[in-house]
Design a protein around this ligand. Structure first.
Ligand code: 5GP
Ligand code: MN
Length: 326
């Protein structure tokens, strides 16, 4: 199945000259690492490549090889031959990067979100792949595209971050085989891991301290949540990226099935981030009810309302699924 579509995508990459590589707003390591990896492979083929993200490069991923290639989209539109959406479940999550594309002859969509409806002309979605970076590794090797040390390191970061350091249940033998190949291609595991997991700004841990102060449990400890208000974010001078992964502290508690993080946003909305320990409590289904999506064990949504309103509605919906009263 993948062979035919990989050769079509490979052909499109070889046949065209001008590319825009895009990914979702509020990017994570998989989004940014995948964008840079594919862009570097295209650059190595002599292509002209734009690498855009609405949020630009995040400070904490500045160590990624050739991080400077990834920018916010320009105000002036540009025509390209091919636009490529990576790791982006719905086209709207590409944010303002789409506005910078004057025209594109072809749209390619490569992703691992089960909720991806398959927008675009050439589509490859593998919902069981733990990271878009893993799909890109398969595409690159299948199509004999360049795999330099810089590309390998970007792919390694994509896979490491989306598997929670090779721990989530979607991590397979294949994931470790790919990691091994990437290490053979030159990834320095110790250095990359330190950059990823032992280089947090102090304000992130101070934020964690505040968040733990708001921690509450429902359903006899099966559901746990904490909340970040706009005031707290302002007082601590945190960046949106500082809270990525803090929800894992909630998930790590024994007896917890669903963990939730509520983040008040400026536009009268609340960003909801959810994690589950079992497919029986499908948080993608819950988030879909609120206009969001994602994976069964990790999902999110942006919900209109005040922090208190959204907390109440969302926790109620979770309790219906997790059966908090039994
Ligand atoms: P996170 O909680 O880390 O922000 O996101 C977890 C997963 O849910 C990611 O795979 C992400 O793509 C998805 N997700 C987060 N927020 C939204 C949203 O507002 N809409 C959709 N469709 N998916 C989301
Ligand atoms: Mn991903």
């Amino acid at each position: 199945m993948s062979a035919a579509i990989f050769s079509k995508i490979g052909q499109a990459l070889r046949d065209h000259q001008r590319f825009a590589v895009l990914s979702h707003v509020r990017p994570d390591g998989d989004a940014l690492g995948s964008e840079l990896a594919l862009a570097l492979a295209l650059e190595k083929l002599g292509k002209t490549v734009r690498v855009w993200n609405e949020d630009g490069m995040l400070e904490k991923y500045n160590f990624l090889p050739r991080a400077e290639l990834l920018t916010k989209p320009p105000a002036e539109k540009e025509d390209v031959d091919v636009a490529i959406a990576l790791d982006t479940a719905v086209q709207s999550r590409l944010g303002n990067t789409v506005d910078a594309i004057g025209s594109a002859k072809l749209w390619i969509n490569i992703d691992h979100h089960p909720s991806n409806p398959g927008y675009g002309d050439l589509v490859y979605i593998d919902p069981v792949s733990p990271a878009t970076g893993q799909i890109l590794f398969d595409l690159i090797t299948d199509q004999k595209l360049p795999l330099t040390q810089e590309i390998a390191e970007n792919l390694y970061v994509a896979i490491s971050t989306d598997t929670g350091s090779f721990q989530y249940p979607n991590t397979t033998a294949r994931t470790f085989e790919i990691a091994a190949e990437l290490i053979r291609a030159g990834v320095d595991v110790g250095r990359v891991s330190q950059q990823l997991y032992e280089n947090y700004p102090r304000r992130r841990i101070e934020l964690l301290r505040e968040l733990l102060g708001t921690m509450r449990f429902e359903g006899r400890g099966r559901v746990v949540s904490f909340s970040l208000s706009l005031k707290m974010a302002k007082d601590l001078e945190v960046l949106p990226e500082d809270n990525e992964g803090l929800i894992d502290h909630l998930r790590s508690i024994r007896g917890v099935i669903v963990a939730v993080f509520f983040e008040e946003l400026a536009e009268g909305k609340v960003r909801v981030s959810m994690r589950s320990k079992t497919e029986k409590a499908d948080v993608c289904a819950i988030c879909t009810k609120f206009g969001g999506g994602g994976h069964k064990l990790a999902a999110g949504a942006r919900v209109r309302g005040t922090l208190a309103e959204v907390e109440r509605k969302v926790l109620e919906a979770i309790c219906d699924v997790v059966d908090c009263n039994s």
